[in-house]
Design a protein around this ligand. Structure first.
Ligand code: ZN
Length: 89
C-alpha cells in the first residue's frame, strides 16, 4: 500500500497553522505512524509525522531520499488537493 486516506491528525500544519481536513498517508503500511509522509490539505506543504505524532515539514534531504514512486504518489495527491481547493474557490 503506497498511500491511503486517513482521518486528520490532531496536530496542525506547521507551515500554515491550519488543522488538516483529512490526510493521505504515504508509507509502506498505510497507517499514520512516526515517519509517515503526508501533505497539508490547505497549503500543500510536504509533511512528516514525528515520534509524538505531530506534523513537521519534510527536509529537502528527506525528499531527495524518498524515491521516484513515492514522490510521484505524493505529488499526484498534492495536485488532487490543490485542484479540489481551486474548485471550491
Ligand atoms: Zn498547511
Amino acid at each position: 500500500m503506497l498511500g491511503k486516506w486517513e482521518d486528520a491528525p490532531d496536530s496542525p500544519c506547521p507551515f500554515c497553522q491550519k488543522r488538516l481536513d483529512r490526510t493521505f498517508v504515504i508509507n509502506d503500511t498505510g497507517v499514520q505512524e512516526p515517519g509517515a509522509w503526508t501533505v497539508c490539505s490547505h497549503c500543500g506543504a510536504v509533511l512528516r509525522f514525528t515520534s509524538g505524532m505531530t506534523l513537521r515539514m519534510a527536509t529537502a534531504e528527506e525528499m531527495r531520499g524518498l524515491g521516484r514512486e513515492r514522490m510521484s504518489a505524493l505529488y499526484n495527491f498534492r495536485n488532487e488537493l490543490m485542484l479540489a481547493k481551486a474548485a471550491r474557490n
